[in-house]
Design a protein around this ligand. Structure first.
Ligand code: PBG
Length: 328
């Protein structure tokens, strides 16, 4: 008997065999859809750097929210593009800002859909940095107060979950304290805990006009060379009261995702970011890849690595694909 007894191919022979032994499965409940809210009325404009994604005005943002809910996507995450930017990003905590109004509109029309908000200042500051700038550096502790105000303003509008993406030290604790002080102890925090200074955010920064006007974000976002530091960042955020953590970007950081999940055993998510979306779209437009297979394979990889859910521009579409497969 020289041939091995075990033949792994025995379990790969038919569709049902493969289904029976599959270790990982995608479901519509695995996704969060990002939505971009802009000033104005009746706006649905395709984003040049994210083909297939749109800028929505408050009066129309309920349309994609409804479609998400119908497809079984449990949550959306909102990003705002304000009509005015200033040095400290004060529009971020304007109770009548685009995001705040969009939260109210979605909660009114699609109450069961979870609304997550990105809490950051870079879309709102004239210089494009994620906080208040002092001597050409982002001032950490001064920024905490601004972030806390933004988070409370989102909670007041009805956000279910706030997601700080700024990478200031101590922001989770500051936001938790501010939320609790205002009676929002039920509003959860999804921390962008390990967020790297990445070139994969390029298309997003075009979409929200948030590229830094000087310098870069390496003074606050993480160095792509570091893995152990990510564990430390996650540990700190959990200690400060984060309910869930996120790793960002996605596919290039699955090692980080896996070790964070294995180490902490807490709700862990990943952001399949704009550059990853743009790369797939660009290759698909040239006919170089099978778009649907590439998207589903990418999303499956997040789950296999340990993600409980994935923030992805494909959320709505992927959920609809999964529903069609089930109908068959
Ligand atoms: C805000 C923020 C960014 C992204 C999410 N929140 C941009 C950045 O940090 O420059 C990126 C999302 C994406 O690329 O899809 N700080």
């Amino acid at each position: 008997m020289s041939f091995p007894i075990e033949r792994p191919r025995r379990l790969r022979r038919t569709e049902n065999l493969r289904r029976l032994v599959s270790e990982t499965r995608l479901s519509t409940s695995d996704f969060v859809q990002p939505l971009f809210v802009v000033p104005g009325n009746g706006v649905k404009n395709e984003i040049s750097s994210l083909p297939g994604q749109f800028h929505w005005s408050v009066d129309r943002v309920v349309e994609p929210a409804q479609r998400c809910s119908q497809a079984g996507v449990p949550a959306v995450i909102l990003f705002g593009i304000p009509s005015r930017k200033d040095e400290i990003g004060s529009a971020a905590y304007d109770d009548n800002g685009e995001v705040q109004l969009a939260i109210r509109a979605i909660k009114r029309e699609v109450p069961e859909l979870l609304v997550i908000t990105d809490v950051c200042l870079c879309e709102y500051t004239s210089h494009g940095h994620c906080g208040a700038v002092c001597n050409s550096e982002v001032a950490n502790d001064q920024t905490l107060e601004l972030l806390a105000r933004a988070a409370v303003s989102h909670a007041r509008a009805g956000a279910d979950i706030v997601a700080p993406s700024d990478m200031m030290d101590g922001r989770i604790g500051a936001i938790r304290q501010a939320l609790d002080a205002e009676g929002f102890e039920q509003v959860a925090i999804l921390s962008y805990a390990a967020k790297y200074a990445s070139a994969f955010y390029g298309p997003f920064r075009i979409a929200v006009d948030s590229a830094p006007q000087f310098g870069d974000r390496r003074g606050y976002q993480m160095d792509p060379a570091n893995a152990e530091e990510a564990l430390r960042e996650v540990e700190l955020d959990l200690a400060e009261g984060a309910d869930m953590v996120m790793i960002k970007p996605g596919i290039a950081y699955l090692d980080i995702l896996q070790s964070v999940k294995q180490r902490f055993r807490r709700v862990t998510s990943a952001y399949h970011v704009s550059g990853e979306y743009a790369m797939i779209e660009a290759a698909a437009a040239r006919g170089w890849v099978d778009r649907k297979r590439l998207v589903l394979e990418s999303l499956l990889a997040f789950k296999r690595a340990g993600a409980d859910f994935v923030l992805t521009y494909y959320a709505m579409e992927a959920a609809e694909w999964l529903n069609q497969e089930q109908d068959r």
